[in-house]
Design a protein around this ligand. Structure first.
Ligand code: HEM
Length: 231
């Protein structure tokens, strides 16, 4: 049942069914908050660009962040592979229509443990006067530390707060102005999946190096004591 639902949802967001792992969990609810880039929003609102932005579909805006809700997709129980797609997007405009950049149909693609890619359809002219009309741009890399994520297995809720978002090379070429690696605003997301489908977060391993050192020190102290006892 779980697989069938995940497959059905995956096909809704345009994923090839064979790409969805058999044990995938269905995304039942999702909310992403992301400011895109604070300095860009300031620039658009300033008297320089004298612009604004409009949102549509699953994308909303509540100062100071865009929200992506109502998307669908899947996630593997270990959270290392998944995809959640949305309709609609953001259109930034300014400079009396010279600036009109459209970012549509966002998809958050989980590509590994603690990393994802934000994929967008990008249309518009860059400040360097390059016309862009490119679907499925791997726009930004999203990464997070284990301390920023929580998993509630019983409720099926996975939350990541303030993940780091950086512009990719492809994103830089499509959007212009900013170089690859440019820091965008942090992103937070909450995915609600079939309750009980997610695995527990792996044990924290920060103590392993310290533990190994402590055990090694204990063993050498013991060996020394035995040697002294024999003398
Ligand atoms: C009439 C055409 C344009 C003029 C005169 C213009 C002018 C400027 C100026 C003066 C700045 C510096 C703002 C500051 O430092 O506060 C700027 C920044 C910027 N412009 Fe334009 N621009 C134009 C078109 C565009 C277009 C078409 C884009 C496409 C997206 C664009 C994207 C940007 C970006 C991303 C920044 C950096 C904002 C930031 O993060 O500080 N501009 N522009």
């Amino acid at each position: 049942m779980r697989d069938a639902l995940a497959l059905a949802l995956a096909s809704m967001v345009g994923i090839v069914p064979s790409a969805v792992p058999e044990d995938a969990c269905s995304v039942e609810d999702v909310s992403i908050t992301w400011g895109f880039k604070e300095s860009f929003r300031s620039y658009i609102s300033s008297s320089i660009a004298n612009g604004s932005w409009e949102v549509s579909g699953d994308v909303g805006y509540e100062i100071p962040e865009f929200t992506f809700t109502g998307g669908s997709g899947f996630l593997t129980p270990d959270r290392s592979l998944g995809e959640v797609g949305f309709t609609g997007g953001i259109v930034f405009s300014g400079h009396d229509g010279i600036l009109e950049t459209s970012l549509q149909n966002p998809e958050l693609v989980v590509t590994g443990p603690r990393e994802a890619t934000l994929v967008l359809d990008v249309t518009g002219d860059t400040m360097e006067e390059v016309s862009v009309n490119q679907p499925n741009v791997d726009f930004a890399s999203v990464t997070w530390d284990g301390s920023l994520e929580t998993v509630d297995v019983d409720q099926g809720v996975w939350r990541v707060v303030d993940a780091e978002v950086t512009l990719t090379q492809e994103g830089s070429e499509a959007f212009g102005t900013y170089p690859a690696g440019e820091m965008l605003d942090p992103m937070s997301f909450t995915l609600s999946l079939t309750p009980g489908c997610l695995e527990e977060a792996g044990p924290s391993i920060w103590w392993i190096p310290g533990g190994v050192v402590a055990i090694a020190a204990g063993l050498s102290a013991l060996a020394l004591a035995i040697r002294r006892g024999r003398k």
